[in-house]
Design a protein around this ligand. Structure first.
Ligand code: ADP
Ligand code: ZN
Length: 519
């Protein structure tokens, strides 16, 4: 008698109802369909294959690279009365034979196998004899070279669908930017299969991105409104962690530094205090991440741009695990764009890899410069496109105005050009606003045509224009030459008046204080 998914959920797992898209996914697999499931960690992926395995005839084969976790899952399933077993290198020969015998006799509901074990001819022959309910490919991103967990054995898993075409396959992962997603689908032969993505929204986190103008003043205002709350402040470098931690302490905040260069004991002690004491602010590099099991982290601040949207999502996701209102504040400036572009240009990676990295950077910059709801941009990056403006991010709360900025873009670009593409933003802005500094006079820049053509706008306005032009790829920042601004080929149509440039109007002041007022 085939069992119904909801009965299995209630009778075996003891839960009342499916969560999110579980029911949809499970129905699809029970009916024999393939699919790819992308959900964040803790989203409830396991039931998506465990329940169908119990509803369909035969054994569910689960491919997993994590031998250490396999045994835990098998134990947990056995506790529930499910006939589960694992087959991996941790087993001795006798135990492995017993599992194989159980498989042949149809005595198993679920069998977890390491990929290298699964791919042996001997094991595949065994599978020919046993009816199979489904193949679940856990940690499916391991098949992709774009991820950081690439496992060559995973590449051979496409054998499954050629050798057992009638058996449904379900790939599962928590990591899923566009390129990785497509790569997984291609390599596992799941191009035609539906993609189920869900659970990425963290509605209690309010996202705010502010231009990096006087970041310390902005940070101070933000922290003043949150005295006594626990939070994390991420910085790009160890040196910056140390100076910012000291600065926070000097401002009267209970802050501690954390980075991989600190003495082990000190690191452990700081970590411990963050977890146990109330209201500690951890100023850290991304080395601080694993094992932050603290539910009441009220804010995560990024003083520098994170590497990718995934990284940003993961780092900000450490806020508000208790579901209470929390903040994610990101400071973003032209030097961040420059630094990331330079990191990429200097990498030794293959061209295809760099192309993916570039598209990830573009996505991140798009997120920073968007005039749309930030949450929608974030979620659509993870494939959730049927969302509405959230009402709980800076752009929803304070809609961003955009306007035709073609003329301003032309002014800024020509100021860069006419000063010889040798100067940084500060000097270019001095020229634009007609600020006759010593340096301006030294280079005779007070005599050029562009001197003062932007004096109707304040410096911060021009800073915003230059940052957006960098984000849009019209100018590059040469870090080798002290941040000199350089024009790219892409800016030609703008200078010739053939391309319109839409600019967002930055808020006039550092707006980090926004979050202070809760509605
Ligand atoms: P993932 O594999 O996506 O990281 P898990 O499958 O381990 O997540 O599930 C995370 C937790 O949520 C587990 O403790 C699981 O028992 C629980 N869970 C999953 N689905 C449900 C549900 N429908 N009802 C109640 N609890 C659930
Ligand atoms: Zn929003």
């Amino acid at each position: 008698m085939p069992r119904r998914p909801l009965d299995v959920l209630r009778d075996i797992f003891g839960y009342d109802a499916f969560r999110g898209r579980q029911a949809e996914i499970i129905d699809h697999v029970v009916a024999g369909g393939d699919c790819l499931v992308v959900m964040p960690t803790g989203g409830g992926k396991s039931l998506c294959y465990q329940v169908p395995a119990l509803c369909r005839a035969g054994v569910g084969i689960v491919v997993s690279p994590l031998i250490a976790l396999m045994q835990d899952q098998v134990e947990a399933l056995r506790q529930l009365g499910v006939r589960a077993a694992a087959l991996n290198s941790a087993l001795d020969a006798g135990a492995a034979r017993a599992v194989e015998r159980a498989l042949r006799n149809g005595d198993l509901d679920l069998l977890y196998v390491a990929p290298e074990r699964l791919m042996t001819e001997r094991f595949l022959d065994l599978l020919d004899e046993a009816p199979i309910a489904l193949f679940a490919i856990d940690e499916a991103h391991c098949v992709s070279q774009w991820g950081h967990d690439f496992r060559p054995e995973y590449l051979q898993l496409d054998v499954l669908h050629r050798r057992f075409p009638q058996v449904p396959r379900i790939g599962l992962t928590a990591t899923a930017d566009g390129p990785t997603r497509r790569d997984i689908a291609t390599r596992l032969g799941l191009e035609e299969a539906p993609l189920f993505m869900a659970g990425f929204d963290r509605p209690n986190i309010r996202y705010t991105v502010v231009p990096k103008i006087e970041p310390r003043a902005g940070l101070k205002r933000f922290l003043d409104g949150r005295r006594g709350q626990a939070g994390v402040i991420y910085c790009m470098s160890r040196a910056k962690v140390e100076t910012m931690a000291e600065w926070c302490v000097a401002q009267g905040f209970n802050a501690l530094p954390y980075h991989a260069g600190l003495d082990r004991d000190l690191r452990a002690r700081n970590h411990d205090r963050f977890l146990k004491d109330e209201g500690v602010i951890m100023v850290a590099t991304i080395a601080f991440g694993m094992g932050i099991d603290k539910p009441d982290v009220r804010f995560v601040v990024h003083l520098d741009l994170p590497k990718t949207i995934e990284a940003y999502y993961q780092e900000t996701g450490r806020a508000g695990r208790d579901g209470l209102p929390s903040e994610a504040l990101l400071f973003y400036g032209i030097e961040d764009v420059a630094r990331l572009r330079q990191l990429m240009a200097g990498s030794e990676a293959a061209e295809a890899f760099k192309r993916v990295e570039r598209s990830k950077l573009e996505a991140l910059l798009g997120f920073c410069e968007t005039a749309r709801c930030r949450r929608q941009v974030l979620l659509s990056y993870f494939g959730e496109t049927d969302t509405r403006p959230c009402g709980n991010c800076d752009t929803c709360l304070h809609p961003v105005e955009t306007r035709d900025g073609t003329v301003e873009a032309q002014k800024a670009l020509s100021a860069v050009y006419r000063t010889g593409e040798r100067f940084g933003a500060v000097h270019v802005i001095d020229v634009l606003t007609g600020n006759e500094t010593e340096k301006v006079r030294q280079f005779g820049h007070h005599t050029i045509k562009t001197f003062g053509i932007g004096k109707d706008q304040p410096k911060d306005f021009w800073r915003g224009v230059l940052r957006q032009l960098a984000a849009l790829g019209f100018i590059e920042v040469d870090l080798e030459r002290h941040g000199a601004l350089v024009l790219t080929d892409e800016c030609r149509p703008v200078l010739r008046g053939e391309q319109r440039v839409e600019l967002r109007i930055d808020p006039p002041k550092v707006t980090a204080a926004r979050g202070e007022k809760r509605r």
